[in-house]
Design a protein around this ligand. Structure first.
Ligand code: ZN
Length: 468
């Protein structure tokens, strides 16, 4: 609900004044002000960045100093799960705090329905200036992701073989430099370079010692076709290239964070850092994403850094990227709540006002990926219809096509190699019951929201290497 007394630019909350203004009554209607009432919000999403490839998540040999720096003065969620293993449904879940089957974006070329209420729309209603700079057309205008943004800049989009991080940062900085002192903003910056193709970056070299046959920027389908021949040193080379892309992206995120500080906005800006999904490198027989619900893909970094920073805090309870929107809204607004959100707020835990949640949280993930067109055998390989439930250490995955059930203990077996299904009937049934209930609900969640895959969209997908 919009606060009637808070039109855009009506409340010049600069840092030095914010505490005083909060004391004399931020918010409206006598509501308790939020901890960071009307702070700016910067949401950074890196495409295809698995948590296990981020330095602060104890990735060996990985240097991501700027991302790690956010964790040094913010709350790091050790076990954050994406709702889906590919871009469109995952980003829509971050925006709406709805599971894919509820917001309706479940397959390639689906459009985010107009009746979805996005985080940008909520901030727009609060009088914020809202801006997005994105590097993937699947989350651009054609698919409804511009909802709520005063402007969505998709000019950094450059396809799978291009580099877009410099343009994303430049666009985000241009926006920051245009913000006036009286304005509050919500800025969404989406980076794409870790997504295949994996390119070499000399200045972040992790591959120079390699002496095999692979080269940078090979098509991912070519890597997949030779996957049975890949030796450990080849896989290390591919992962090395991927991590060079991550380091390169981290560098450009650093430029954005530096400019935020130079502009004096750091002290009044809440920063959220996350990813839409990770990437598989043969841990389970595949390279890329979309196909499985292993933590290779679902485990994403999530760091929330309140304005000006806080004492570093690590939260270990399982959370979902569904929780981002409710958490952010509770931290910066006493007016905006979403009682129907699928996620929940972690504002109190971030601020140290309550212990990390110890109760059994139930988290779901799902994928219904059936590419519209392409070379039949490659399309067939990427198909996936699966659901998953996470409760405590346990994760149960259901393959809806084969009716196979896979149960993993993520604490004892973080790489999810040992299927425990069938070892404990009571445990199996409890989790299976939760997952079947979710599956029944998703069947009736909403009608298919697909866009007809018109020729223009297919052509763009061909240009980007999605279909061949
Ligand atoms: Zn993605």
């Amino acid at each position: 609900m919009r606060c009637p007394s808070s039109p855009r630019a009506a409340r010049p909350l600069r840092v030095a004044l914010s505490a005083v203004l909060l004391l004399v009554g931020g918010g409206c209607g006598g509501a308790q002000p939020a901890p960071f009432e009307r702070a700016n919000v910067l949401l950074i999403v890196v495409d295809t960045l698995g948590a296990r490839h981020v330095g602060t998540y104890d990735a060996p040999g990985v240097e991501t100093p700027h991302i790690d720096g956010l964790a040094d003065s913010g709350a790091l969620f050790e076990h954050a799960s994406s709702t889906a293993p590919w871009t469109q449904p995952s980003v829509a879940s971050i925006f709406t705090s709805r599971m894919p089957s509820k917001h309706g974006v479940t397959n390639l070329l689906h459009r985010l329905p107009d009746d979805a209420v996005t985080l940008a729309e909520r901030f727009s209603a609060l009088g914020y200036r809202t801006h997005a700079t994105v590097s993937h057309f699947l989350i651009g205008h054609e698919f409804g992701y511009e909802q709520g943004f005063d402007e969505l800049d998709a000019s950094p989009v450059s396809g799978h073989d291009g580099l877009s991080s410099p343009a994303v940062t430049d666009g985000a900085i241009r926006f920051l430099e245009s913000v006036t002192q009286d304005e509050r903003f919500f800025l969404f910056a989406h980076y794409f370079d870790p997504h295949f193709l994996y390119r070499h970056h000399e200045e972040f070299d992790q591959t120079s010692g390699y002496g095999g046959n692979l080269v940078p920027a090979m098509p991912v389908w070519a890597l997949r076709e030779m996957r049975s021949e890949l030796r450990p040193k080849d896989l290390a080379y591919i992962v090395g290239l991927y991590r060079e892309e991550i380091a390169y992206t981290d560098h450009h995120i650093g430029r954005l964070l530096t400019r935020l500080r130079e502009l004096g906005l750091d002290e009044n800006t809440l920063i959220v850092f996350t990813a839409d999904h990770g990437e598989e490198f043969m841990e389970h027989g595949w390279i890329g994403h979309t196909r499985t619900l292993f933590d290779d893909l679902l485990h994403v970094p999530l760091i929330i850094r309140p304005p000006g920073g806080i004492r570093a805090r690590t939260l270990s309870a399982p959370v979902s990227t569904l929780d981002i929107a409710p958490t952010v809204l509770e931290l910066v607004s006493s007016d905006a709540r979403d009682p129907d959100a699928d996620g929940r707020s972690h504002a109190a835990a971030i601020l140290g006002r309550e212990d990390d949640e110890t109760e059994q949280r139930t988290i779901f993930a799902e994928v219904s990926f059936d590419p519209a067109t392409g070379i039949p055998e490659r399309v067939e390989q990427k198909r996936a219809f699966k659901t998953a439930v996470v409760r405590g250490n346990l994760k149960l995955v259901h393959d809806l096509e084969t009716d196979a059930w896979d149960l993993f203990d993520r604490e004892r077996d973080p790489l999810e190699r040992r299927n425990l299904w069938g070892e404990n009937a009571a445990r199996d049934e409890e989790l299976r019951g939760a997952l079947l209930q979710f599956e029944r609900a998703r069947e009736t969640a909403r009608p298919d929201a697909s866009n007809a895959p018109d020729e223009e969209k297919l052509e763009r997908l061909r240009d980007l290497g999605y279909v061949h």
